[in-house]
Write a protein that binds this ligand. Sequence first.
Ligand code: UDP
Length: 328
Amino acid sequence: MPRILVTGGAGYIGSHTVRRLLADGHDVTVLDSLVYGHRAAVPAGRLVVGDIGDAAGLDHLFAEKRPEAVVHFAAFAYVGESVTDPAKYYANNLVGSLSLLDACRRHGVTKFVFSSTCATYGTPDRVPITEAEKQSPINPYGNTKLAFERALADYAGAYPFGFCALRYFNAAGASPDGTIGEDHDPETHLIPLVIDAATGRRPHISVFGTDYPTPDGTCVRDYIHVDDLAEAHVLALGALKPGAALRYNVGTGRGYSVREVIRTVEEVTGLRVPVVEAPRRAGDPAELVADAALIRRELGWAPRYAELRPIVETAWNWHRTHPAGYAD
Ligand code: UDP
């Protein structure tokens, strides 16, 4: 049973990946600060509460659990907050991640999978976006993720160490069994907000910008099911070797506009969504869609959820049964 340490395993994407790793027979330990994560998202007996920036705590954990690989999700991910409080993002996402990486060196862990993001591309020159696109983030969140990608590459060039950076597009959906799902506080993501507007938990959805150069004037994004992201991590772990420097986009390759998301939520829920047209949100590129040919070809990854509707169905299944998230 391979021993895997999952940081941020009580968060949204981390918790779905933990389920998948356990189902595959991995021996999983979750390290999570619970600043944003949920205790209830982690199976009993797997959670260690702690911080990636605590070197002594990491030494203790690595000595006790002896992980063979690390899957690193733990990060702050609010783009707007990263603009107003960059220190918080550099401290956790960069300094904390380096502390984790150095614990890997001290304890001989040579396999590392990192949660990166399409935000490292900033506003792309070409869509769909390939891994060859220039990386030029437009906010501090993206800068911290790119800085750590670069540290990983430098470490892999110098030490017996291999990494895979997975650049997620828009994570969405929930476990189809309805036991775990998306629960952010505050929630900023489109699909849960539209569902809340459909059920009346929020008065309406604000559409941020209707004058983009897209077919219906609203932003286009590539929504990828969280279990398909989880699958990419499992495949990445299997592909890692010392010296490996792997970087993959993870998206379906198909984009949906904000209006299409709203329409799909209305179809799936059978409820009407009150819409208010609002100004553009700062820092939103018009269109972000993945070219995910590389991970398909090299790792044999393919999304089970190729279209938006079944993704929204799993999200609806979670939110319908857990309107207040894990508090229910
Ligand atoms: N969006 C919106 N209203 C909201 C939240 C999001 O119109 O209340 C739009 C946002 O401008 C973006 C898309 O929905 O074009 C997806 O936003 P989200 O925050 O979910 O993900 P992001 O693409 O920013 O990572």
